[in-house]
Design a protein around this ligand. Sequence first.
Ligand code: GLU
Length: 380
Amino acid sequence: MNKKLSSHKRIVIKLGSSLLVDNDSGLKNNWLQSLLEDIVGLKRAGCDILVVSSGAIALGRTVLKLPSGILKLEEYQAAAATGQIVLASTFSSGLEKYDIHSGQILLTYGDTEERRRYLNARATIETLLEFGAIPIINENDTVATSEIRYGDNDRLAARVATMMSADMLVLLSDIDGLYTAPPSQNPEAKLVSDVTRITPEIEAMAGDAGTELSRGGMITKISAARIASENGTAMIITSGKHLNPLKALDEGVPHTLFHAAETPRSARKKWIAGQLQTRGVIVIDEGAIGALKNGKSLLPAGVNSFDGNFLRGDMVSIIDNKGKVLGQGIIAFDSANAKKIIGKRSADIAEILGYAGRSEMIHRDDMILIEPNSTENSDA
Ligand code: GLU
């Protein structure tokens, strides 16, 4: 890697089950403590850190002394419930020693894939980071069933990384990267250290490197790399088998780096620009137009009127009072609530709505403006 890990602003670290949990003895405490040292180092260097930790099911199995082999769905879920509580409390007490708080986030598929829930999950995680805490994230395995689950934390971590506009995702695994062929089947296989584009050749190299304890093999890691890279997050696969695995990355241990196709911000803006269906039209005043052009969010006070029946999280067009389309964005209020607060100061919103909503009508990260000399359909 030509850049130090600490030079990234926001890093998601995903831990595979087999690193954290030993089939017989349970949680690998020494290893986890060494990882926490690295995480604290990065945090003190100014990085936002998010952890996606697998291991709930594997750990629960050892705690409950369940036999190896395939379990019933409800047994997996019970194992996850038992393991998760131990996992979360270990992270929490381990980080408290350094005066760092953590927060447990359990996500299901819809939390990252449905726009309304996505806004909620993102706002909670963002707030945790603002409080200086480290989110400890896993899939909510106790309720997720096959139709509504990721099933592997590689892709979950990639979705979290892109949802949170992280610039780096590190998958700590039991293999040190992508090989030209599965090394277990081909001794000639070579490590690929740098991937600038995920081509069909790269995909064909994946084979399957899953172990009994973890679900994600190389195939899910490549899918994760695709999600990450297309949305502006670089991704590293490396072995986390040794102590202080993040420090080791800076010291040059073998790994595969998947470059990001662009920055998280430009990828997000492109995604917003590409959404063709809008559910409403928001008419804004001159003051708001100026503020938006200066990179500010759209506040309720700057909205003159609107048209349409929309829900929080829907895409809406932003127009001036002559009907000229200025841009589009994701609205933070549904139309019923929007009606009550347009023209009002953000400070009065809590009283009007009876709860403290978001102060922005459309957050600046959730909006694109059409450049003056481009057409409405350009991908601005
Ligand atoms: N969510 C699962 C667990 O915590 C792990 C999924 C995976 O191995 O990727 O046990």
